[in-house]
Design a protein around this ligand. Structure first.
Ligand code: PEP
Ligand code: MG
Length: 762
């Protein structure tokens, strides 16, 4: 390896030779410390470096010098650096390599006199990783200023994989010290999280540990390893096809799209080529897969872009799958025998990994990472598996076998909960299950009050997979189809054909029931991953919804064109969000008219009827009510945004939650006025914000005269039950009597009314 012309790290044969030498050292019957010393000597020689050292992570987040060639021997087991301290600590904290020609002038350089390292100017270090965790740092140093090549960094990373096996062997430091769970508690703990798929779950923690320990890292015959890789790839793809076909549900939709994208990733040549390159350096096929996986994980730590992170998470999942095939372990070992109530705990997961688990036993999932648009969340929602994400420090706090409560309603996780908490949740889950059964059984009963007032209950939807909820809940239609959700889960901006397909399938699935398509409502908290936007100081009051559509008319035209094509021969309902001035509605409707004319000119089949509405979300519309009602075919009150603007209270700010009540006189007076104005002009008014799905709020809205409410599908059952047990006349009389009194807390009063009059509330 010490060829003329300098270090030979970039040469494939050289890397292979180095690995072979290290394998000989590993095979020798020596204590681990001695083998480590031999290894650093071998690396220093092969890489023509004066220094090679290994630092090992000890308890308390400290990196201890364990072996060195070139630094002073007395520093071994004495020199210690905190994670984050010095260049070594920097590599450990960022979990990424560092190569510097002039290390001593780097701001992170921390001089340790006992090592004698002042002699060495250049420095290259890589993290020692095992199972995705940093367990040490491997360093080489040179006396002269020199630039290390990318290939040399790669070689050092490859060698670090072997060092990792030695460190993790348990001889150098106890295994418990290397365990990811340090200082773990046994006490109950509550962690905040985000509900990414709704629901409650209770069960035993199963750590999703796809990481596999490899024993064979170095191989003699790269061609044989490439053959093994090919076989494993083929087997993996076949098994994956089977798994995805089984779970396709036949329905299609975004859930299917996510899984198809995943399947396409498995065909990615770039991924396979990188593994082959690693094999050519002398690694076994499985070690090569792990090396590529380590590189990807390092990249993932740096990437903020949610779309790219999702793709890398999918690839991480594929790497694990391929590893299992290479090692002849077709299934996730822990997926085979789940306890009866299992809760999967993971840092992150790919969508297909979720499908590996036995659905009858899997009760919930909690992730340290994950976002609402992450693929695993989309699949979890489709399968109705409660999933909480964004749970900080989860992996450091939970141990396999811990009992867990996932409380999606309050976005929290209870770790090792006390008996009391377990009891409370078990009771509430049983009650919930019983209620769900009743709601399902009653789904075809009409939503009519005891005194004969009929109410139209509609669902809010945003994904194709929501559409079957129409039949499941017995709702009368889709009162709000949030078209932006399709845009948010797609990898790129959906074109007309793609949009037409989605809208067409929504209409097909609705089987003649009314569907109100709301045009794109992006901006504010609804971000498209592929669309870079400027940071706004007040995004909720910023460039969003109809404002964007009017400023980018091509986008709106495409969307309306797709809706017209999809509706062909059927009724089309279009609704514009965030109308602040009637002119905006006119402009948007003008674009719709143009698209209709265009469709007619092209001889397309037009929609059977077209109704155009506006969302009442911006208070300014109140003072243009008559003009607005003249123009629209219908109005839908978006109480979420309307309340945020009426009370000047950010709807996403947790500190303001509950501060202003939607049942306050000011807000109800406003809603009452809108309803009355609609009645005067004979224009239908409905409400599609969260209020519609809250039984107490809904009682007040019905008393004010609303007869159409659109809500999240799970709210339909409770609202129908409330309506069927309500006497509208009595309620209106009760509220009229209250109207004369001052300082009444309407929420408490409605609750008391419900209790006294047998109105069913959950
Ligand atoms: C609303 O603002 O009430 C509404 C229904 O729209 P979104 O929640 O999608 O903003
Ligand atoms: Mg809104």
């Amino acid at each position: 390896m010490n060829q003329p012309g300098g270090p030979a790290g970039g040469d494939l044969t050289a890397a292979r030779l180095l690995l072979r030498r290290i394998r000989t050292v590993m095979a020798r019957n020596l204590p681990a410390q001695r083998r480590l010393e031999e290894i650093v000597r071998t690396i220093a020689g092969a890489m023509v470096a004066e220094v090679c050292s290994v630092y090992v992570l000890r308890a308390g987040e400290v990196l201890e010098l364990f072996a060195t060639e070139g630094l002073k021997a007395e520093a071994v087991h004495h020199t210690r650096l905190r994670v984050g301290e010095g260049l070594v600590g920097d590599i450990a904290s960022h979990v990424r390599p560092l190569a510097l020609a002039d290390a001593q002038h780097h701001p992170q350089f921390a001089y340790r006199p006992e090592t004698g390292e002042e002699l060495y100017q250049s420095f290259m270090g890589v993290p020692v990783l095992r199972g995705g965790r940093m367990i040490g740092v491997l360093v080489v140093q040179n006396r002269t200023r020199r630039h290390y090549t990318e290939e040399e960094v790669e070689t050092l990373e490859t060698v670090a994989m072997v060092v990792a096996e030695l460190v993790a062997g348990g001889e150098l430091v106890g295994r418990e010290e290397l365990s990811p769970i340090s200082g773990i508690g046994v006490l109950p703990e509550r962690l905040d999280a985000q509900a990414l798929a709704p629901g409650l779950a209770l069960g035993t923690a199963i750590l999703h540990q796809p990481d596999i320990t490899l024993t064979q890292l170095v191989a003699e015959d790269p061609l044989r390893e490439i053959d093994r890789l090919d076989d494993a790839m083929t087997a993996m793809k076949l098994a994956l096809d089977e798994l995805l076909t089984e779970n396709d549900g036949g329905g299609g939709g975004e859930h299917r799209e996510v899984l198809d994208t995943y399947r396409m990733l498995a065909e990615d040549r770039g991924w396979a080529n990188r593994i082959i390159e690693a094999i050519e350096t002398g690694l076994t096929a499985e070690a090569a897969v792990q090396k590529v996986q380590n590189d990807m994980r390092a990249r993932m730590r740096e990437i903020q872009d949610p779309y790219l992170r999702e793709r890398l998470a999918d690839l991480d999942d594929l790497n694990n799958r391929l590893l299992r095939h290479l090692l002849g372990m077709q299934e996730l070992p822990q997926a085979r025998d789940l306890p009866e109530f299992a809760i999967i705990v993971a840092r992150n997961m790919g969508p297909a990994e979720l499908l590996d688990y036995d659905r009858r036993r899997l009760k919930g999932v909690v992730l340290e990472e994950g976002t609402a648009s992450s693929h695993v969340a989309i699949v979890a929602r489709a399968l109705d598996i409660p999933l909480l994400g964004h749970c900080q420090n989860l992996m450091d706090k939970v141990q396999a076998g811990d009992s867990l409560v996932l409380d999606g309603d309050n976005e929290q996780v209870f770790l090792r909960p006390s008996e009391d908490i377990l009891q409370v949740f078990a009771t509430s889950m049983n009650a919930r299950a019983a209620r769900q059964e009743t709601y399902a059984a009653d789904r075809n009963l009409p939503a009519v009050t005891k005194d004969g007032v009929t109410v139209d209950l509609m669902i809010n939807a945003g994904l194709l997979m929501d559409v079957p909820q129409l039949a499941a809940t017995g709702a009368a239609g889709i009162g709000l189809y949030r078209t932006e959700v399709t845009f948010m889960v797609a990898p790129t901006f959906p074109d007309v054909a793609r949009q037409r397909d989605v809208y067409g399938r929504v209409l097909d699935g609705a089987e003649g029931k009314q569907v109100i398509f709301r045009t794109l409502d992006i901006g504010s908290d609804k971000i498209l991953p592929y669309w870079q936007r400027d940071v706004e100081e007040n995004p909720a009051m910023g460039w969003r919804a109809l404002r964007i559509s009017l400023d980018r008319p091509a986008m709106l035209r495409q969307q309306l064109r797709a809706m017209i094509l999809a509706a062909a021969g059927r009724a089309l309902h279009v609704m514009f969000p965030m109308v602040a001035e009637v002119d905006e509605f006119d402009d948007a409707k003008g674009i719709l008219d143009l698209e209709l004319q265009r469709a007619e000119a092209k001889g397309q089949v037009l929609p059977a009827s077209v109704r155009v509405g506006a969302m009442f979300e911006v208070p300014a519309l109140y003072w243009q009510m008559e003009e607005a009602l003249d123009r629209v075919d219908f109005l839908s009150i978006g109480s979420n945004d309307l309340a945020q603007f009426v009370f000047a209270a950010d709807r996403g700010n947790a500190q303001l939650q509950g501060r202003y009540d939607t049942l306050s006189p000011a807000f109800l007076r406003l809603i009452g006025d809108i309803i009355k104005a609609g009645q005067r002009r004979g224009k239908p008014v409905s409400l599609c914000g969260e209020m519609a799905g809250d039984p107490l709020d809904a009682m007040a809205l019905l008393a004010l005269g609303l007869r159409t409410l659109s809500m999240a599908p799970p709210a339909i059952g409770p609202i129908r039950a409330m309506i069927r047990s309500l006497d509208m006349g009595q309620l209106q009389a009760h509220l009229a009597a209250l109207g004369a009194q001052r300082g009444v807390d309407l929420r408490s009063s409605l609750r008391a009314f419900a209790r006294d009059h047998g109105v069913a509330l959950p």
